[in-house]
Design a protein around this ligand. Sequence first.
Ligand code: ZN
Length: 324
Amino acid sequence: MDYVAGIDLGGTKIYSALADLDGNILCESKVPTESWRGYEGVVERMAAAIRDLQREARLVHHGRLLAVGVGAPGPLDSNTGVVYQAPNLGWRDVPLGKNLESLLATPVFVENDANLGALGEHAFGAGRGSRDMVYVTVSTGIGGGLILDGHLYRGAGMGAGEIGHMTVLSDGPRCRCGNKGCLEAVASGTAIARRARREAGAGTAPVILELAGGDPGKITAVTVAEAASRGDERALDILTGAARFIGIGLANLVNLLNPSVIVLGGGVMESGRLFWQVMDEEMRERALERACQTVRLVPTALGPRVGVVGAIALALQRARDGQD
Ligand SMILES: [Zn+2]
């Protein structure tokens, strides 16, 4: 039986899976990335993870591994498999695709993790069957991927889908990209935590501070969501502020792309029903009516598996392209 593999490479773990040609997962594993081993050590761990799965599924001598899809963080070139920058791994300009390909003796295709999220949700998740879909993930950062006319849209320089860096506040806080007032700078988990810490430090968020054990430095977006679920006004205020900004970002996307579905994932999206309601209302208030009538906001169907399932979707797509 022929099969494919997917790898979701993260800063802390390597999540791998094998799947049959219909995308059914045969087996999967998670191993620590151990980025302290350096680039070559991590690539070897990725290859070893796939070999272990092949043994587990007893596929070593049966069938062929047709393709491997890899989701990697940071800007990269999906044509060459070169990762330009992965700060949490300490990588710069590394030929990940080529190196993994020679270790596994199988074609390897590398894609950024947000694009893979879009591919995964489109092929096997909440965006199944749609032609025009946007995937947005809101966690420590904000990322996105675009499926337009049934295909992943990468843009001229592979830079499309950077939803987190659309400006939503002209004089807003500085973003890590250098710009001011990016969506990520005002509505990511990091931005939510930063605002809550500031307020806790100033004495205006006592409930949040208490949940963090009295240490403002320990406040995260999860602490804020927890306080909000207990009805704390300040936490609700911080969260609805972020939800409004995401709604603004979504309104811009709806006006520009007229998608039929926007799939939303990431930890911040688990901040409760009110968060979704505020975001949805803000989007519908701002976007043009015709485009609004056709769009649905839906939660991710794949959750934490979105990356590895997306990597499998990519491998399947490339394996099929190779057979054409
Ligand atoms: Zn930015």
